[in-house]
Design a protein around this ligand. Structure first.
Ligand SMILES: Cc1cc2nc3c(=O)[nH]c(=O)nc-3n(C[C@H](O)[C@H](O)[C@H](O)COP(=O)(O)OP(=O)(O)OC[C@H]3O[C@@H](n4cnc5c(N)ncnc54)[C@H](O)[C@@H]3O)c2cc1C
Length: 426
């Protein structure tokens, strides 16, 4: 049985954020992830001379210290992309997301509301919200605006906005993940890829260690959960009581990557599309994020189609070739961005059947239950993140909890026992 101060489950942005913070504080850390490369959803794929991300991935940097942290990891490869997300209104591409469009007159600071409809209507007026914001949000989330939680709307408005542009790694979001993994390894983290966690031992409600694929056991007093909470809860022994692992409906996304033999299709980074006739809700042109991502004279556009992973779904149910053709046609009509859809070549159609839980108020208790139960186990620290930097920061908070809030770096003394203050068992 190996020993560590902490095991981190997942090497996406949350897990890497946690690992980096833990090793920099002197802890012995093992990170496990079944994927062959670090990054979780934040990986950059390479094909036909292009490099492209699993969907556009804007890192929402909110303050100067986070920017300095990014510069430290990426150096000159951190670019400022001075182009905000755009959207299509009345047949034209206009600046700003649907959520950035504003009615005439002052904005009201309405009271917080449980529903996205109530939240937005109190700020911008119900008629404006229904006409301008509703179609896009419902197209992405697949439920009525009245069923989307109000805090999702608040997060999109405030935390996940990039009104003037954004910082981005020159070689794609995966470059940031690679840099985080390299920095964590340099500081001593043991990052095991192609290695899933298979069991979390928590006798008496207190974490004792983790079993990894291949049979390796790691004894550790602290575990950071930076993988989906429901999947982690299934690994715990003894397991959760009945009712904690109820069914949860998931949203799927199919991403169609189309290559064109021309230098650019648009000037935009990302275009939101609310038109129900168009299979995709967002189109991102990678060369406008960084010229290093596309070869000279060619361009690639990624088309994010949000749907249900069900053969009866009109988008998911199409075969890859048919979906790519439908996307290319829509770029021509109704969007008017492409004269010759037949000239678009599908580089890849990537399907993520379980991208995120459907944002439906009715299933919030079921989504939260595994996380609440895991959080009640001593030595378990959750790192939930709905966005890249948010996930990194959740990982850092989980690391701080594992290290013991307000304590000095533990160095060789081991990691303190998190929320309970119990000593680490090195
Ligand atoms: C299409 C799309 C577009 C997006 N756009 C943006 C954007 O513009 N800006 C933004 O900030 N965010 C965006 N996001 C969200 C962002 O990708 C996520 O918020 C972020 O990746 C969450 O990080 P994470 O580390 O929590 O989870 P993940 O990135 O999902 O990583 C979880 C990791 O856990 C691992 N894991 C699973 N099972 C196990 C196991 N048994 N043992 C160990 N590890 C396991 C997985 O392999 C994975 O590597 C987008 C997401 C999608 C799908």
């Amino acid at each position: 049985m190996e020993r560590a101060d902490a095991v981190v489950l997942g090497a996406g942005p949350a897990g890497l954020g946690a690992a980096l913070a833990l090793v920099r504080a002197g802890a012995r850390v093992v990170v496990a992830d079944p994927a062959p490369e670090p990054g979780g959803l934040c990986v950059t794929r390479r094909r036909d001379g292009f490099a492209y991300d699993v969907g556009g991935h804007i890192p929402f940097v909110r303050d100067a210290p986070r920017r300095a942290w990014l510069e430290d990891l990426l150096g000159d490869d951190l670019r400022w992309v001075g182009r905000p997300v755009a959207c299509v209104r009345d047949g034209a591409v206009v600046r700003g997301r649907y959520l950035d469009q504003r009615p005439a007159g002052p904005e009201a600071a309405g009271p917080h509301d449980a529903t996205a409809r109530g939240e937005l209507a109190s700020r911008f007026g119900a008629a404006f919200v229904d006409r301008v914001m509703r179609p896009y949000l419902e197209k992405v989330d697949g439920v009525a605006l009245e069923s989307i939680p109000g805090d999702r709307a608040r997060r999109l408005l405030e935390g996940q906005a990039a009104p003037d542009g954004f910082f981005f790694p020159a070689r794609g979001i995966g470059q940031l993940m690679d840099a985080m993994a390299a920095a964590a390894r340099d500081a001593g983290a043991d990052i095991r890829l192609s290695t899933a966690a298979e069991a979390i031992h928590a006798p008496g409600g207190r974490v004792a260690g983790v079993r990894l694929a291949g049979g390796a056991g790691v004894a550790a007093p602290q575990v950071v959960v930076a993988m989906p909470a429901a999947a982690a809860a299934r690994l715990v022994s003894p397991g959760p009581p009945a009712g904690v692992l109820g069914p949860v409906r998931m949203r799927a996304v199919a991403i169609v990557y189309l290559a064109l033999d021309r230098p650019r299709l648009t000037e935009e980074t990302w275009i939101q599309v609310d038109d129900a006739r168009v299979p995709f809700a967002r189109a991102f042109e990678i060369a406008n994020w960084s010229p290093l991502l596309a070869p000279e004279g060619r361009t690639l556009i990624g088309l994010e189609c949000y749907c249900r992973a069900d053969a009866a779904d009109p988008v998911w149910g199409l075969g890859d070739a048919a979906l790519a053709q439908a996307c290319a046609r829509a770029l021509g009509d109704p969007l008017g961005l492409l004269d010759d859809p037949a000239g678009a070549v599908a580089v890849e159609v990537l399907r993520i059947p379980r991208a995120y839980p459907v944002a439906d108020l009715a299933q919030v208790p079921a989504v939260r239950a595994p996380a609440v139960w895991l959080d009640g186990l001593e030595g378990v620290h959750l790192a939930p993140g709905a966005a890249v930097i948010e996930a990194v920061e959740a990982g850092e908070r989980a690391a701080a909890a594992a290290l013991g809030a307000g304590r000095p770096a533990p160095g060789a003394a081991g990691v303190a026992g998190g929320r309970t203050g119990a000593p680490g068992v090195r």
